[in-house]
Structures are given as structure tokens and as C-alpha cells.
Design a protein around this ligand. Structure first.
Ligand SMILES: Cc1cc2nc3c(=O)[nH]c(=O)nc-3n(C[C@H](O)[C@H](O)[C@H](O)COP(=O)(O)O)c2cc1C
Length: 233
């Protein structure tokens, strides 16, 4: 029954996406040649989207952004909406949120490629990220994210499976650009061929190290190197 309701909802969203309501303004015309030319001159539209409660992922996102910019790209950083009430956040000793704008599913669909910053919750990604993805059935039904490229810093299998349903192409960090850093055994560090990562420590007191931030910057550069070669419509 639940599945039926959800599918009906998704199908309605799909029809809404395909057929604008009579009173709604006409849909914008398809991308013109000039727009396409401008886009290819300026490179792909990239977003970094983070959820960060204690600031570790926010810090990592700055390093990833630096990498994209050093590679010649530009990027906008967004955050996922908080779902916990302030009372709970206070009890969890969460500091004030960053000033990044809050992203909506419709906003995400405007980008060619995106990198997700994800902290861990009991071995999975946070409910805030799940709530965001659970509000994307309209995008899924219209295939709005299909063929886009995505990467993640601190990634989980659940994230990849969500991207798969949307037809988004996952870009792993791999080893080719960060072999020395990822295989460095002289110090404890986060990061894997899936993407950059950091360890916050049991009490959240550990901040990303120089090596972890270096890997995040390499990921930004490597991600831009791949998506800047793609011809987005
Ligand atoms: C409810 C909760 C569950 C968590 N579960 C895990 C976990 O399973 N594994 C882990 O390594 N860290 C876990 N953590 C610690 C988070 O990974 C850590 O707080 C987070 O990486 C900090 O990132 P942020 O400062 O960007 O929010 C958990 C934290 C909270 C609040």
C-alpha cells in the first residue's frame, strides 16, 4: 500500500513535470546555442552540498572547494536543512550553523555535478540527508538528476544506492591522484578511494588534519578534472 501511494505520488510528480498546469507560466525554452556556448566557456555548474553538525564536514568542504577553484572551476556551497529542533541541538552541544544557503531538490537539479559532504550516524548517513533525498521523488520521476555526476567526502553504501536510483554517475576519488596521501601510514588519517574523509574522534574534539584536508583538495581538483571534460546539455 505504501509503495502504491509512493508510486502514485511519483507518477503525479512526473506528469506535473511533463505537463505544466494551464494557469502556470510557459516552461522556459530549451537551452539555446548561446547558453550552451556560455556554459562550455564557464565550465560545468558544480555544487558542494554538506550537512555538518559540529563543523568537521564544513571544514572539509572548504578544502574541496579550494581544489575545484585551483583546477579552474567555480562552485557554490550549500547545506542540507536541519531537521532537529534547536532544543535538541543545544543538548547535543551543536555550534551555530554555517552561513551556507539551504538547498532544495529543485536547486540541486540546476547543477551539472555535485559533491556531498556527509558525516556518519551509526554507520550510515544522517537522517537530515535522508530527509533531503526522500523529498526528491519529483526529480526521480522526471529523471532530472539522471546523467549528472556526483562524488562524496565520507561516503556510505546507502549514498551510492540513492544516487543509483537517480541515475547519477558516481565519481570516486580513486588512487591515481592521491596514492601517496591515501597510502601514507605514518599517521592516522581518513580518506579512501571513495573520497576524502576525516575522523572526528569519539568526543568530536579532533579536527581534520593537514593530510585529510590535502586529500579533500585533491578530490576537488580530480572531480573538476573529470566533470569539466563532460559535455552537459
Ligand atoms: C547520533 C550520532 C551517531 C554517530 N554515529 C557514528 C558512527 O556510527 N561512526 C562514526 O565514525 N561516527 C559516528 N558519529 C560521530 C560523527 O561521525 C561525527 O560527529 C561527525 O563526523 C562530525 O561531523 P560534523 O562536525 O561535520 O557534524 C555519530 C555522531 C552522532 C551525533
Amino acid at each position: 500500500m505504501y509503495l502504491l501511494n509512493w508510486l502514485t505520488q511519483a507518477a503525479t510528480a512526473s506528469i506535473k513535470a511533463a505537463v505544466p498546469a494551464a494557469s502556470a507560466p510557459a516552461a522556459p525554452p530549451p537551452t539555446t546555442a548561446t547558453e550552451t556556448a556560455t556554459k562550455s566557456m564557464t565550465g560545468p555548474k558544480i555544487a558542494i552540498v554538506v550537512y555538518s553538525m559540529y563543523g568537521h564536514i564544513t571544514k572539509m568542504s572548504e578544502a574541496v572547494k579550494k581544489g575545484i577553484e585551483e583546477a579552474g572551476g567555480s562552485v557554490t556551497v550549500y547545506q542540507i536543512a536541519e531537521t532537529l529542533p534547536q532544543e535538541v541541538l543545544t543538548k547535543m552541544h551543536a555550534p551555530e550553523k554555517s552561513a551556507f544557503p539551504i538547498i532544495t531538490p529543485e536547486e540541486l537539479a540546476k547543477y551539472d555535478a555535485f559533491l556531498m559532504g556527509i558525516p556518519t550516524r551509526f554507520g550510515n548517513f544522517p537522517a537530515q540527508w535522508k530527509v533531503f533525498w526522500d523529498s526528491t521523488s519529483g526529480l526521480w520521476a522526471s529523471g532530472a538528476l539522471a546523467g549528472k555526476y556526483a562524488g562524496a567526502f565520507v561516503s556510505t553504501a546507502a549514498t551510492i544506492s540513492t544516487l543509483t536510483h537517480h541515475g547519477v554517475i558516481f565519481v570516486p576519488l580513486g588512487y591515481s591522484q592521491a596514492f601517496g596521501q591515501l597510502t601514507n601510514l605514518s599517521e592516522v588519517h581518513g580518506g579512501s578511494p571513495w573520497g576524502a574523509g576525516t575522523f572526528a574522534a569519539a568526543d568530536g574534539s579532533r579536527q581534520a588534519t593537514a593530510l585529510e584536508l590535502e586529500i579533500a583538495t585533491i578530490q576537488g581538483k580530480q572531480f573538476y578534472g573529470i566533470v569539466s571534460k563532460v559535455k552537459f546539455n
